[in-house]
Design a protein around this ligand. Structure first.
Ligand SMILES: Nc1ncnc2c1ncn2[C@@H]1O[C@H](COP(=O)(O)OP(=O)(O)O)[C@@H](O)[C@H]1O
Ligand SMILES: [Mg+2]
Length: 363
């Protein structure tokens, strides 16, 4: 029997839990002339959601993960390479003639895919502009291109002027729906919600919440029903630990299932799996911990050990953080780096790290 849970990469059916409302919203927006921004903490399911939404649209989808792009010229090359997947080379050839910098194309004889590169040291602005404008020209009203920039906050790391440049080119486009996915909450919000930012109000901003606990429950119960007699209890216990975080819930469910498949006894199987995950990450957690400054450590401990909210007086009294501004910048830093997330309250992202911290303190 195959493990019915999956974590890490993009998930599709049968691992994908419906998100019906969100998918509908994305599809409806992509049918309009607008652009879309999807924001959530890491690993909440942005990439998976977009993948599911565009899957059956029968339109050219160009998706770029900015975390894997090394320079603006590389970005241009990656986009152009994907354009070649959808349009005949003959057609593209005429447009390429007018490019200010001519790309080097090579055909991979095995896969038949076209590889694109620009000479190292190419001034990138004209290159990227030409490529984005090419997409606009080849796109048609009937099959409008959907261009997805995943982990868009990383554009800033590629080049500081990239964002304003992209906006300046994209604002003239009417034949492309742009989609931006972003994880590092405060950074990505800054890009789309700050008045002074070039992308201010460029697209509809959608916040992706955790998956509905009830839906997760049904999914977990079904997965475990083939293996455990007490599938309900197992599902509930898993969600109690992970609070419905999409990634960690799937990870824990996967681990529990592996244990159950080995018939390691059913009682206490969830807490055994939790311990297994904590032990597996022990070295990483320790390394992380040693790199936090004192304020961040207090903040993390406060969040792990109490129910107090970090910017409250009670939190400060208990954990002696100091000035509110100190607390605030610590929280901000921890959020940008993904350790703390804000849903209806501030909480630690990783339930296993939380348990690791508790365990260490109590030792
Ligand atoms: N709709 C979903 N149903 C079930 N699991 C999901 C769903 N969305 C996300 N996940 C879980 O979370 C993990 C991370 O999803 P991903 O789409 O990569 O998130 P993001 O792009 O926000 O970082 C997936 O590997 C999967 O385990
Ligand atoms: Mg993603």
């Amino acid at each position: 029997m195959k493990n019915p849970f999956k974590f890490g990469t993009i998930v599709e059916e049968p691992y994908f839990i419906n998100r019906k409302k969100e998918i509908e919203k994305v599809i409806s927006l992509l049918g309009s002339d607008n652009h879309l921004v999807v924001i959530s903490p890491r690993r909440f399911g942005k990439s998976s959601l977009i993948g599911m939404a565009v899957k059956d649209l029968d339109r050219p989808v160009i998706a770029i993960d900015l975390q894997l792009v090394t320079s603006p010229a590389d970005l241009a090359a990656q986009i152009l390479k994907r354009i070649y997947r959808f349009y005949p080379a003959e057609k593209l050839k005429q447009y390429l003639k007018s490019f200010r910098v001519v790309p080097t194309l090579s055909l991979n004889p095995v896969s038949g895919a076209v590889d694109v590169s620009f000479m190292p040291g190419t001034t990138y602005l004209p290159v990227l502009e030409d490529v984005l404008n090419l997409a606009e020209r080849v796109s048609t009203e009937k099959k409008k291109i959907i261009m997805i920039f995943d982990e868009f906050q990383d554009a800033v790391k590629i080049d500081t002027s990239l964002i304003s440049f992209m906006r300046a080119v994209m604002q003239h486009h009417t034949m492309i729906n742009y989609v931006f996915l972003g994880s590092q909450e405060s950074l990505i919000r800054g890009i789309f919600e700050k008045k002074k930012s070039p992308f201010y109000h460029f697209g509809l901003v959608m916040y992706l919440p955790k998956i509905d606990v009830k839906e997760f429950m049904v999914f977990l119960k079904e997965g475990f029903s083939k293996l455990c007699e007490n599938a309900d209890a197992v599902a509930e216990e898993i969600l109690f630990v992970t609070k419905g975080h999409p990634y960690y819930t799937q990870q824990l469910a996967f681990t529990v299932w592996e244990r159950a498949a080995l018939k390691k006894g059913e009682a206490g199987i969830v807490s055994e799996a939790v311990n297994e995950l904590i032990m597996m990450h022990d070295m990483d957690y320790e390394r992380l911990w040693l790199n936090f400054n004192r304020t961040d450590r207090k903040m993390l401990l406060g969040l792990a050990l109490s129910d107090l909210q970090p910017l409250s007086d009670a939190f400060d009294r208990e954990w002696d953080i100091g000035a509110t501004s100190t607390a605030f910048s610590s929280i901000k830093r921890l959020m940008v780096n993904g350790f703390v997330i804000k849903t209806d309250k501030y909480e630690l992202d990783d339930p296993f790290f939380t348990k690791w911290l508790r365990g260490r303190r109590e030792r």
